[in-house]
Design a protein around this ligand. Structure first.
Ligand code: SF4
Ligand code: FES
Length: 237
């Protein structure tokens, strides 16, 4: 474990870890939107800014992408940090003025007005849905497209997400809750990706429990008897 300090408090982090994970483990709050400990950090939202002092030099950096280094001093609430974070949340709010999560965060950070031109987007371009889909689910059904103002997270070729197994992992991962899923009869739809799949019925309780396509994909990967995929999670336990 590597010793360093956060706001004067001695902490330790694992080699290869980052400042944000150590801070959160130690109960030190640093605002963040695009970080999820289960996937690689991406540094998209920039809200997790901190000041790091090392070998007499100070720098501002995103704590989710900055590695744990011996002896460094991290400061999470300096005036410079607070001012920069306020500017960042104001910019995010200008991009997505209707997002409740962003509105709430901005309020908590003392930002009550937006001085920038407002857009009407809902996605903050954090990339979490794509990283979860790639790294955890292994489906790679969505990706970033275009540059600059037109940047968007979408299925390939702007159509239906053909690799999407409708597992709902992206729905859970999205920090601003803009990916919605609905189930009607024997169908599940991930609305944002325009993906509708037929569901399979549990052989014990008769409930529709998972998309056929998803179960087929899991069957290919898991070394489990075929019958395992005939029964829902509740009846299996
Ligand atoms: S849809 Fe949600 S998770 Fe995906 S990039 Fe946008 S804000 Fe992030
Ligand atoms: S949480 Fe670190 S940049 Fe978004």
């Amino acid at each position: 474990m590597i010793p360093f300090s956060i706001d004067g408090q001695p902490v330790e982090g694992r080699e290869g870890g980052n400042i944000l994970e150590v801070a959160l483990d130690a109960g030190i709050e640093i605002p963040h939107l695009c970080y999820n400990e289960s996937v690689r950090p991406y540094g998209a939202c920039r809200l997790c800014l901190v000041e790091v002092v090392r070998r007499g030099r100070s720098r501002m950096t995103t704590s989710c992408t900055y590695p744990v280094l011996e002896g460094m001093e991290v400061f999470t609430r300096t005036e410079k940090v607070i001012r920069a974070r306020r500017m960042i949340i104001e910019l995010i709010l200008a991009m997505c003025p209707g997002d409740k999560v962003i509105q709430e965060m901005a309020k908590e950070m003392g930002v009550h007005e937006v001085r920038f031109k407002k857009e009407d987007k809902d996605c903050i371009l954090c990339g979490l849905c794509g990283r979860v889909c790639d790294e955890i689910v292994g489906a790679s059904a969505i990706q970033f497209a275009f540059r600059g103002d037109r940047r968007e997270m979408i299925p390939p070729f702007l159509g239906e997400a053909m690799n999407c197994i409708a597992c709902g992992a992206c729905v859970i991962a999205c920090p601003v809750d803009v990916i919605k899923m609905k189930e009607e009869g024997d169908e599940r739809t991930i609305i944002r990706w325009k993906r509708t799949l037929k569901m399979k019925q549990c052989q014990v309780c008769g409930n529709y429990f998972a998309p056929w396509f998803q179960l087929e994909k899991f069957k290919e990967r898991a070394k489990l008897p075929k019958e395992f995929f005939d029964v829902c999670y509740t009846c299996r336990t």
